[in-house]
Design a protein around this ligand. Sequence first.
Ligand code: NAD
Ligand code: LMR
Length: 343
Amino acid sequence: ISLRNHKPLVTVAARNADVRPRAAATYKAAVLGAGGGIGQPLSLLLKMSPLLSHLNLYDIANVKGVAADLSHCNTPSLVTPYTGAEELAESLKGVDLIIIPAGVPRKPGMTRDDLFNINAGIVKTLVEAAADYAPKAWINIISNPVNSTVPIAAEVLKKKGVFDPKKLFGVTTLDVVRANTFVAQQKTLRLIDVDVPVVGGHAGITILPLLSKTRPKTEFTQEEIEKLTVRIQNAGTEVVEAKAGAGSATLSMAYAAARFAESCLRAIDGDADVYECTYVKSDVMQELPFFASRVKLGKDGVEAFVHTDIRGLTEYEEKALQALVPELKGSIEKGINFVNKQP
Ligand code: NAD
Ligand code: LMR
């Protein structure tokens, strides 16, 4: 299997400007929570995609102006705002891809799980509507705690009888983006070449960068491994503390979510060489029905799991992998129970 590095969006934008013939923009996406800190820059990056013909922006507030603003960019997609619960259904009809960054972000001192009480209900409501109005769409979940919100989405889709495990994704791309950046800085490598798989989940110790699998092959001292691992695991908190109460990562997240969305669209469009780490329904790890690892994306969603990433781990990685199991298992069960205890 060739594990090609992801082409940065800048390349996509540059391609927009050249004159070679290319496939027409034909796909439709909806961003739910499009007026927020992530939603706005994410919508801008999606507006740059040559693959999108329609970009639907939904939020409970503040989205009309965002759509008017974006609609002036001379790129293919038609941008339409949808405001409030009564317009949610319309925002979803006919879309191929739904991206969900709706929900509250952390403040200093909070864990991602502290967001559960508010965000669980938001994700449940939005995915119920997705099941009703776009049952075949791919769904990218950004809202935290991702370790629980993805199982919540799966349970909702199951209850509605439309769960396709190949098309539901927790977006963990920011962990990969951070790992690639920090490793390239530490080892003075060309950023474009670096690729570090990150597995597990998206909170604290459940975020496990597999530095031994770094491409190109890179040697680390044990001290470097421990420092890099902890930095990647705490990178979200690093941003939350720097923003000092004004929220969490929005710009790097928008970049990461746009990269993941572009990968989904390329796969739907028939590109046979699309790989991403993502948190999905999985049997890669016994005991963990959801697990982030590298998958091959195809026209119908997850086509294959790249098992080689989690084989032949170092002793440090193997221990860290075993250590994350109880926390991730608990977060998954919490999500599943949330849906099933409700009428
Ligand atoms: P934000 O508060 O700036 O924006 C959230 C948006 O969601 C707001 O515009 C709000 O009006 C909207 N919203 C709230 N309830 C809604 C509903 N029921 N329907 C539609 N829209 C609704 O927050 P943000 O900084 O954009 O972060 C959003 C979420 O993304 C948070 O939960 C945060 O923790 C998470 N996040 C995840 C990752 C990741 O790697 N997966 C990274 C960063 C942030
Ligand atoms: C991140 O990793 O930046 C996000 O999950 C937001 C957060 O709360 O840290």
